[in-house]
Design a protein around this ligand. Structure first.
Ligand SMILES: *Cc1c(COP(=O)(O)O)cnc(C)c1O
Length: 380
């Protein structure tokens, strides 16, 4: 037997209370008992997103929310700007292309964060740009971009919206949707929201709705206006993910008992302990700046294949982490600590990493990273 540990940056572990809630007998989404559940979850989402606007719930993975954030706000021929600092940034470019949007790319070297001044310069040069697309946490590199600074910049343009993929940010660190002027914020169920995959969530500001009124792209399923008309009445345009919504009700009970500030503090503490543990084990972090608190991307040591680390973690110790993508394949491995994670997730991840590396012939001192994390995570 091999006990399984899920330390991938999505899907992430689901708390037992949430699993049990989702195991309840199916109810009908047009029946009266669904109404209060949906209403409670809508309120919970506003709390988590720190917004007064409605947060739409969609039955799709996170990318469905990203797709809708292009198709609902822009028309073919419209101009957009996107930050490409990794696999998910690149996805904005592909989505814009799919919908005939003329997108200008700000290419950021993988492992770095975007310099907000580049966005300011691009908007100054071309104020016809209607939307700026960015990640709050670029999961492929483990780097976070400063969306607060970008909000300040985009605020100055009445006809430009800022769209933030916060799929591995929301619930991990502070994202003040309204206060920072983030017009559209997206997340998914299977990351920090501690749910199985299957839902996307999108908040939309008044400025973004005004843009949606003029947009001409044909969106049938991911039609935000149609969804809003229904969701303000605690209904959805199509069959919702009933079980996941019931699970989310339970997730909000857990999150509210902890509180946003303590939740961000816990996530930050885990991330800090993981990073310090990695360094104490003689390894280096892949991010060159602004590491995301959602996950830690570790550079594979010289002569060690990062994919072998990732594979051995799973086959030898039952631990599912993640490897690198594209040109980072073999160069890095990624350990997540977002969502339903605590002290011993970090310690187990560091312990297993040390054991795997030693097994691969890398001279790591067993316990070096673990000890550092223990010091940091010891209860006070
Ligand atoms: C997981 C993730 C997504 C969405 O991916 P799906 O597979 O569609 O859920 C988008 N952006 C980031 C930054 C992610 O981590």
């Amino acid at each position: 037997m091999l006990k399984r540990y899920l330390l991938a940056p999505g899907p992430t572990p689901v708390p037992p209370e949430v699993l049990l809630a989702m195991a309840r007998p199916m109810i009908h989404h047009r029946a009266p008992e669904f109404d209060p559940i949906f209403a409670e979850v809508r309120e919970g989402l506003k709390w988590l997103f720190q917004t007064r606007n409605d947060v739409l719930m969609l039955a799709s993975s996170g990318t469905g929310g990203m797709e809708g954030a292009v198709s609902n706000f822009l028309s073919p021929g419209d101009k957009a700007l996107f930050v490409n600092g990794g696999k998910f940034g690149e996805r904005w470019g592909k989505l814009c292309k799919t919908f005939g949007v003329q997108a200008t790319e700000i290419k950021v070297e993988w492992g770095h964060a975007v310099n907000p001044q580049l966005v300011a310069d691009a908007l100054k040069k071309d104020p016809a740009i209607k939307a700026v697309y960015v990640q709050a946490s670029e999961t492929s590199t483990g780097v976070s971009h400063d969306v607060r600074a970008l909000g300040e910049i985009v605020k100055g343009y009445d006809n430009t919206i800022l769209v933030v993929d916060a799929i591995t940010a929301l619930g991990v660190f502070d994202i003040k949707t309204d206060a920072w002027g983030l017009d559209v914020v997206i997340t998914g169920s299977q990351k920090a929201l501690m749910l199985p995959p299957g839902m996307a969530f999108v908040s939309v500001s008044d400025k973004a709705w005004a843009l949606a009124d003029k947009a001409k792209n044909a969106a049938f399923y991911f039609n935000f206006k149609k969804e809003r008309e229904n969701q303000i009445k605690n209904q959805t345009a199509f069959t919702p993910t009933v079980s996941l919504i019931i699970g989310l009700q339970e997730v909000f009970k857990i999150m509210k008992a902890e509180g946003l500030e303590k939740m961000f503090a816990r996530q930050g503490r885990l991330a800090h302990a993981m990073r310090e543990g990695v360094k104490a084990a003689g390894l280096s972090l892949f991010p060159k700046e602004s590491p995301s608190d959602a996950l830690t991307a570790v550079s594979a040591p010289e002569g060690i294949d990062g994919q072998a680390v990732y594979k051995n973690l799973r086959t030898q110790y039952g631990m599912t982490a993640a490897g690198g993508q594209d040109h980072l394949k073999g160069k890095i491995f990624r350990l997540s600590h977002m969502g339903y994670a605590d002290t011993f997730d970090v310690i187990a991840a560091l312990a297993a990493t040390e054991m795997v590396l030693k097994g691969l012939g890398h001279p790591v001192k067993l316990g070096s990273g673990v000890g550092k994390a223990q010091e940091i995570l010891m209860a006070k």
